[in-house]
Ligand binder design. Structure first.
Ligand SMILES: Nc1ncnc2c1ncn2[C@@H]1O[C@H](COP(=O)(O)OP(=O)(O)O)[C@@H](O)[C@H]1O
Ligand SMILES: [Mg+2]
Length: 298
C-alpha cells in the first residue's frame, strides 16, 4: 500500500463527516481516483487540502496541493503542458526542452485537486482519462510520457445544472464519495468558531437560534438550494460587525435580523412551486419572523 502512513492519521481540519473520512481513507489506500460530491461550502476543498497535509513530506516540504478550476475553456495544454514551437525547432520536437509542463507536473507526489470537474469539456475529460490511466498524453501530434505521480481528487456539485453530466466512461474510472451538511448543530457551531472571525461576544443562546434557523431552512421543502456552512459562518461574522458598527459590545438578535437577507437570501433557491410567488428575500424575512415568533426570540 503506497499511502499506508495515513491509516492512523486523522483528517483534523474537517469536523464530523466520519463516514466520508473513512471512505476517503479506503479510496486513498487502494489508490483510486476520487470525486468528492457535495453542495458548495460543505468542506470539499478543506478535506482535499487535508489529504496533502497527511501525505509524506519531501525533505521539510509539505506535499503539493495543486488546484485546477474546471471550466469549459480549460484545455489539455493548461493541464498537461505545451510544446513551445520555437524551442521545438531549436532542440527537436520530441525533446524535453521543448515541453513546458502544466499543472499535472506541479502535483507530483501530492494532490491534484480538480474543482468542479463536471464543468470541463468532453474533450478534456478524454485527455484526462489517457493521462490518468496510461500516464501518457497526446498533445497535437506528439505523445508525451510523464512520470507525475499524484492523488487525483475531483469535486462535483450534484445540483449543478449548468453542465452536461460526466460521461459513463469517465465516471467508471472514479469512486464517488458523498459529503453532507454538518451532522449536528453542535458540530456546525464548532466549525463556525474554528473557521469564522471571532470579534466580539456572540451569546451562545443566540448562536443556537441562528443555527436552528439555518438548519431549518435546509429541511424546508420549499427550499431547493440550501444555505451552506459558508452561510452560517457569514451570518456569524456579519452579525458581529453589525453590532460593532452599532456601538454594542455583544451581538443581539436585532443584528442577526439586520444582516440576514444580505447573507442568506441569494444562497438559497426556492422550489418552482413557490419561486414565482415569492422572492427569496421576502421568504427568508418572513420565515425568520415566524421562527422568532414561535420561539419568542424577538
Ligand atoms: N465539516 C467541516 N469541518 C470543518 N470546516 C468545515 C466543515 N464544513 C465546512 N467547513 C468550513 O466551511 C468553509 C467552506 O469549506 P470548503 O472546503 O471551501 O467547501 P467546498 O470546497 O465544499 O465549497 C471553510 O471555511 C471550511 O473550513
Ligand atoms: Mg471548494
Amino acid at each position: 500500500m503506497k499511502y499506508k502512513e495515513i491509516i492512523n492519521k486523522d483528517f483534523q481540519d474537517i469536523l464530523g463527516q466520519d463516514d466520508t473520512k473513512k471512505h476517503l481513507k479506503s479510496a486513498l489506500l487502494s489508490e483510486r481516483n476520487i470525486i468528492l460530491v457535495g453542495a458548495p461550502g460543505i468542506g470539499k476543498t478543506t478535506l482535499a487540502k487535508n489529504v496533502s497535509k497527511l501525505m509524506p513530506k519531501t525533505g521539510n516540504k509539505q506535499a503539493p496541493f495543486v488546484r485546477v478550476q474546471g471550466s469549459p475553456d480549460l484545455t489539455a495544454e493548461d493541464l498537461i503542458g505545451d510544446i513551445d514551437p520555437i524551442k521545438a525547432l531549436k532542440f527537436g520536437p520530441t525533446s524535453k526542452e521543448a515541453f513546458s509542463p502544466g499543472k499535472i507536473f506541479q502535483a507530483n507526489n501530492g494532490v491534484l485537486f480538480f474543482d468542479e470537474i463536471n464543468r470541463c469539456s468532453e474533450k478534456l475529460q478524454n485527455s484526462m482519462l489517457q493521462a490518468l490511466e496510461e500516464k501518457k498524453v497526446t498533445i497535437g501530434s506528439y505523445k508525451v510520457d510523464f512520470e507525475a505521480d499524484f492523488v487525483f481528487i475531483g469535486t462535483m456539485n450534484p445540483e449543478d445544472t449548468s453542465t452536461e453530466p460526466l460521461s459513463d466512461v469517465f465516471l467508471d474510472r472514479f469512486d464517488l464519495i458523498y459529503m453532507e451538511y454538518p451532522e449536528t448543530a453542535e458540530i456546525e457551531k464548532e466549525i463556525i468558531h474554528m473557521s469564522g472571525k471571532n470579534m466580539i461576544d456572540f451569546p451562545d443562546k443566540l448562536m443556537n437560534v441562528c443555527l436552528r434557523f439555518i438548519r431549518m431552512l435546509r429541511e424546508d421543502e420549499n427550499v431547493e438550494k440550501k444555505p451552506s456552512v459558508r452561510a452560517s459562518i457569514g451570518l456569524y461574522e456579519r452579525a458581529q460587525t453589525h453590532a460593532i458598527l452599532s456601538n454594542r459590545k455583544n451581538v443581539s438578535i436585532k443584528d442577526v435580523q439586520a444582516v440576514l437577507i444580505s447573507v442568506i437570501s441569494h444562497r438559497i433557491r426556492l422550489k418552482p412551486s413557490i419561486k414565482y410567488l415569492k422572492k427569496p428575500e421576502d421568504y427568508v424575512k418572513e420565515e425568520f419572523e415566524k421562527f422568532c415568533d414561535k420561539g419568542g426570540y424577538l
